[in-house]
Design a protein around this ligand. Structure first.
Ligand code: 16G
Length: 195
C-alpha cells in the first residue's frame, strides 16, 4: 500500500522552498541597489526561506513582537497554528535567518485568497512585515517584501494589497506599490484581542 504523505512537497517547511528558486527578479531589479535576490541576499550568512517549526526557537515570535502585540504563545500553540496554516496551503510565511546566530531577523507573509471575481482568481495580501531594527542598511525590508511580492505573481495572484502605517507609504512606493486613485482606503473594525 502506498501512503501519500501530504507534507511531501513541503517537507520541513511551511510551503515548498523550491518556489523561491523560480522567481523573476528582473521584474524588480530597478528597486534594488546593489542587486540582491532571495537566493543571493548579499551576505553569505543570510538565508531567505519558508517558515519552519524550529523558528519558534529561533526567535520568530519575538521578532513579530517588534511589529505589534503578540501575547504569550507557547511552542505548542505555535505548532498547532503552523499546522493549520500549512493544511490550507494559502500561507507563504517567509523569513530571513542569520545563520551565524540561528536567529530569525526578518519576516513577511503572503496570504492568498480564493475569489469568484476575476475569473475565479486568486488575490494576495501582504501581512506581518518585520525586520529586526539592528540589521539596517542591508535592504532586508525590500528583500523580504519583494520576495513575497514576486511569489504572489508566481503562484498566480492577480493583485497584492497591504495595510500599513502612514510613515511606511514611501517605503512601499519605493518598491512598486501604489496608492490607486480613488481606491486607497483601508478601514477597520476591532474586536476583543486575545493578546
Ligand atoms: C501592519 C501590517 C499588518 C499587521 C498589522 C498589525 C504589513 C504590510 N502590515 O498593518 O500585516 O497585521 O500591522 O497591526 O506588514 P495590528 O496589531 O494593529 O492589527
Amino acid at each position: 500500500m502506498v501512503i501519500i504523505n501530504k507534507m511531501s512537497s513541503t517537507g520541513e517547511y511551511l510551503y515548498d522552498p523550491k518556489l523561491l528558486s523560480n522567481l523573476d527578479w528582473n521584474l524588480v531589479r530597478p528597486y534594488l541597489s546593489p542587486f540582491v535576490t532571495c537566493t543571493e541576499p548579499g551576505e553569505s550568512w543570510l538565508i531567505v526561506r519558508p517558515l519552519q517549526l524550529e523558528d519558534y526557537k529561533k526567535g520568530f515570535v519575538q521578532l513579530l513582537s517588534q511589529l505589534t502585540a503578540v501575547g504569550n504563545i507557547t511552542e505548542k500553540e505555535f505548532e498547532s497554528q503552523y499546522m493549520a496554516m500549512q493544511k490550507t496551503g494559502q500561507y507563504y510565511i517567509t523569513v530571513i535567518e542569520d545563520t551565524r546566530s540561528k536567529t530569525i531577523i526578518g519576516a513577511a507573509s503572503l496570504v492568498t485568497e480564493l475569489k469568484f471575481i476575476h475569473g475565479c482568481g486568486l488575490r494576495a495580501k501582504l501581512e506581518d512585515v518585520v525586520v529586526n531594527n539592528t540589521y539596517r542598511g542591508k535592504q532586508l525590508g525590500k528583500l523580504i517584501v519583494l520576495t513575497v511580492t514576486l511569489l504572489a505573481k508566481h503562484v498566480g495572484c492577480y493583485k497584492m494589497t497591504l495595510d500599513c502605517k502612514d510613515n511606511l507609504i514611501p517605503f512601499y512606493k519605493s518598491i512598486g506599490y501604489k496608492l490607486e486613485p480613488g481606491n486607497a482606503n483601508s478601514m477597520t473594525v476591532r474586536y476583543e484581542d486575545p493578546s
